[in-house]
Design a protein. Sequence first.
Length: 108
Amino acid sequence: MNEIVQHPCVAHAQKRWHFMKAKKFDQQFDDGADITASLDVSKGRRVLQAQKRVNVDFPTWMVDSLDREASRLGVTRQSVIKVWLAERLQATTSHAPLQRTTKVATHR
């Protein structure tokens, strides 16, 4: 079987970039036009959103509680943990009172 393999430079040369003046780009954006074809998102990244894997050990009762909350919300356990941690960190850095997303029983 003869398979044609293109050299990477040839494939790159076939891709045509669409350039436009900044003024025209801004105008299209301001008009609400779809400008995504004019963007090169191949090397785009979200600022301060780099991922780092961490392992945390939780007591069984805590995992069970997280799973119940995740099931109630229809999301993953990881999503619950991320949102709750983000809320707590945001409240801590802004010195604002913590707004709980769910009722937490207080032990007396």
